[in-house]
Design a protein. Sequence first.
Length: 231
Amino acid sequence: MMLDIFSSFDPGVNVINNYISPLVFWLITSSSISLFCLSMWVTPNTLMTSMNLVTKTMNDQGNQTHGKHIKGFNSFIVALFIIIINMNLMGLLPAVFSYSSHLLFTLSFGLPMWLTLIMSAIVFNPYSWVAGLLPGGAPHWLNPFLVIIETISILVRPLTLSFRLAANMSAGHIVLTLIGTYCAASVFSGLTGFIVLISIQTGYIMFEMGICIIQSYIFCLLLSLYSDDHP
């Protein structure tokens, strides 16, 4: 039986997805953590310098928001960025299940972090947080509507944050699946068409790698910006 283009998002579609994907995930994640630990006592090389640049970039981003006043917030954002970028890039490997294409995975990071910021703000200064629901300088007759709109916009943040990452990753993998299907079919139709499709797929994989990095950064960037509502 032939599978459709969405079958690659099914975790139980074959044995490879069930056993190889978790192994690859732990190997890549452990390697990344080891590189960060080695940079503390080994003379830095080009790879370690690049990893330190990632840490510095995310730390600088967190320091531009109110998250710098929340203990451990910047460290969490750096760790989250490394995890998401590893998962995004791992999904591009052949026969590896793409976890970040599923809403359950993205919600498991976006929802708890958003809820933590909300609860921390309410506990720290509930009056200041509630006052932030009303923009300054608005007409009095608009105040009830503005509070409702602002409340709804805050409530949908984890959904939009998670949907954005999952949708972008899913779209890229669907296109790669389609190109791969045509590449396999073109082997029997002609060498010229096969070379053209392989070139297109190679270019699109490089483009998709950039998308994986950008989407990881945007996910963590938005979480950092959400901390600006913290009093």
